[in-house]
Write a protein that binds this ligand. Structure first.
Ligand SMILES: Cc1cc2nc3c(=O)[nH]c(=O)nc-3n(C[C@H](O)[C@H](O)[C@H](O)COP(=O)(O)O)c2cc1C
Length: 385
């Protein structure tokens, strides 16, 4: 098994194990996909990725993180996203959507506007008004943040219904994988982390109470999301804080999600916010051993993510059975053709056969000429000092 072997989940065949990790662009208007999304996601499909995820896509307007988030809370959002999904699928990649609710992280400025709460200044500058966030408890996301409104049981039911409706729209748009954004301090993570949840009503307290929302979310989606299509959950495997959510708890939650029809756990970490100071041991592929543990102990497929860019390392993650897929974000921004380049580097494409003929025909022809004329020089050795 290697990086370019297909991954079959239910009725979905992902042609290789390089996944485009969700990357918010904050450029949608009223949640509607536009030409930017088509080109941004389309070029990853042209670049040879097996599965292309949209960015965090809000299931209700209140659950957006910023004014620029994509959404699937209205039928008018289906066709513009379907256009993107069609293009991705036509290139042979699988189109996926990350369904999201930001909870207390809602009403935030775009990263380049400060990643701070939207306020009157945004109204003056951009005509963008703040809105009220909901969350498991009235604990603010950070120091300068307003306290969110704690959710009543009816609010929980309404959010579950919004996820169900968004899943129906995702199917109508031709998306084949749903990933629930249950990480990085988004709503489902706010429920399962003790750092954001101080409820005493069956949706908080002990482990069982805190994971209840995530489990109900999996059930709600499986009610409407066709059996033949894949369902992933992105979890923060740990809060990296002593009193926070732990890897042990993630293993158990992953197992329970698997029992409810979740097919794969996307293994990320961190992001819960609050006054806590997480200690993240960043390094190349730092989440890989943790994804491997979830895979081994919870008996569910996993995807590793975070600081992965080296071809040999990505391939070894799959060959060694540490994860079933790798997700890349920033490296693909730098090099959207990374999968195609890496396939050649790994000796899995010696004639540009994986490239679209519009590109590969020319590159193959040039390569033959270059080789014949001996134009390709061995890389110069750095001079000895
Ligand atoms: C521009 C950008 C936007 C992102 N938006 C999202 C998002 O919408 N949802 C999400 O789960 N993660 C998001 N992330 C995190 C990435 O999916 C990924 O987990 C993280 O960048 C680590 O992978 P990397 O080291 O390959 O970049 C974003 C990252 C970047 C760089």
């Amino acid at each position: 098994m290697h990086l370019f072997d297909p991954l079959v989940i239910r009725g979905v065949t992902i042609p290789n194990r390089v996944v485009v990790s969700p990357m918010s662009q904050y450029i949608a208007e009223e949640g509607v996909a536009n030409d930017w999304h088509l080109v941004h996601l389309g070029r990853f499909a042209l670049g040879g990725a097996g599965l292309v995820f949209t960015e965090a896509t809000a299931v209700e307007a209140r659950g957006r993180r910023t004014h620029g988030d994509l959404g699937l809370w209205s039928d008018t959002q289906i066709e513009p996203l379907a256009r993107v999904a069609r293009f991705v699928a036509e290139q042979g990649a699988v189109p996926g959507v990350q369904l999201a609710h930001a909870g207390r992280k809602a009403s935030e400025r775009r990263p380049w506007h400060g990643e701070t709460p939207v306020d009157d200044e945004d109204v003056a500058l951009r005509g963008e008004a703040p809105w009220e966030a909901i969350a498991p408890s009235a604990l603010p996301y950070g120091e300068v943040w307003p306290a969110p409104t704690p959710m009543h049981t009816e609010d929980i039911a309404a959010v579950l219904a919004a996820f169900r409706d968004a899943a129906r729209r995702a199917e109508a748009a031709g998306l084949e994988v749903i990933e629930v954004y249950a990480a990085h301090g988004f709503l489902a993570h706010q429920f399962y982390s003790p750092l954001a949840n101080e409820r005493r009503d069956g949706y908080g307290g002990d482990f069982e109470g805190r994971i209840r929302f995530a489990l109900e979310l999996a059930d709600a989606l499986r009610e409407v999301w066709p059996e033949r299509l894949a369902l992933f959950f992105r979890l923060s495997l740990t809060d990296w804080v002593d009193e926070g959510w732990t890897l042990d708890e993630s293993v158990e939650l992953a197992r329970r999600l698997g029992e409810r029809g979740v097919d794969l756990i996307d293994c990320s970490s961190g992001g819960i916010g609050g006054p806590h100071r997480p200690r993240m041991p960043l390094g190349p592929g730092f989440m890989v051993p943790r994804a491997a543990r979830v895979r081994r102990e919870a008996g569910i497929a996993t995807m590793a993510v975070g600081f992965i860019w080296d071809a040999a390392q990505a391939d070894e993650i799959i060959r060694s059975g540490q994860a079933d897929a790798v997700a890349l974000a920033r490296e693909l921004l730098a090099e959207p053709n990374w999968p195609l380049r890496v396939a050649r580097e790994l000796g899995l494409d010696d004639d540009f056969g994986r490239w679209k003929p519009q590109f590969g025909w020319w590159l193959g022809k040039r390569e033959r000429v270059v080789t014949k004329l001996g134009m390709r020089q061995a890389p110069a050795q750095p001079a000895k000092r």
